[in-house]
Design a protein around this ligand. Structure first.
Ligand SMILES: [Fe+2]
Length: 234
């Protein structure tokens, strides 16, 4: 990414009177480089937006989007701590970015020790990239009498692994933290603003219960302050 003049942060002693207000509300310039986090996430969001803009067929979208997500979760140095916090009673879903046109959203899914989801669907395409710890996904399929039955063995995701879901390839699963004693975190991308999507959780007898997940956070990470972290992550 080409640098602009705005990418240079002056030393404290060089701040001019015009910057007096900004210097009063901003912390002093960091003496150590900012972590690559914002650049990594921003780069991913930009690459995914460019991909979605071309409206490829879903298999191509999942393949190419999965490669982008794989590159993002290949590094565990970028997720701000505020979006990596487990809750003692329930898993957390933090919104990291929502596309302005609702074409995709990016969330961090944070599992406390031993936590799991109910059986649920997504209704849109989704990509799951394992960032930290590990999780088990058990797919379910409808039986002839309308119940949900496990489909194959559970699938374990380890750091760097990427999985996909969608109504076309299998959309119903139950996911759990594979660790009883530590937090696990996966990064999810969905083909909608997933926190606003009407979808369902299921009992194994087939009973559906509608839900809209919302998000666990009220504020998003600022990935757009290029003055703080201009570099494009590798
Ligand atoms: Fe899921």
């Amino acid at each position: 990414m080409q640098k602009t003049p705005h990418t240079h942060r002056p030393d404290a002693g060089a701040i001019q009177p015009m910057n007096a207000v900004a210097s009063a509300i901003l912390p002093p310039p960091a003496t150590t480089p900012a972590p690559p986090g914002t650049a990594r996430l921003r780069h991913f969001v930009q690459q995914l937006a460019a991909l979605v803009e071309t409206a490829p067929p879903e298999p191509e979208l999942l393949s190419r989007g999965g490669a982008l997500l794989g590159a993002l979760v290949a590094h565990d140095d970028w997720l701000p701590a505020a979006y990596a916090q487990p809750h003692p009673e329930r898993y957390q879903q933090y919104l990291l970015h929502a596309d302005a046109l609702g074409r995709f959203s990016v969330v961090s899914f944070v599992w406390g020790p031993g936590q799991s989801t109910p059986i649920h669907d997504h209704t849109v395409w989704g990509l799951i990239g394992m960032l930290r710890g590990s999780e088990d996904s058990q797919a379910f399929a409808r039986t002839a009498d309308g119940r949900w039955a496990p489909q194959g063995p559970p699938h374990r995701l380890e750091p760097g692994d990427v999985d996909a879901v969608s109504p076309a390839i299998g959309d119903v699963h139950r996911v759990s933290n594979a660790w009883e004693g530590r937090t696990s975190i996966s990064i999810h991308v969905y083909g909608a603003n997933i926190g606003a999507v009407q979808r369902s959780v299921y009992l194994q007898d087939g009973t559906a219960k509608p839900f809209i997940s919302g998000y666990s956070n009220a504020t998003l990470p600022n990935i757009w302050d290029l003055s703080r972290n201009p570099a494009t992550a590798a």
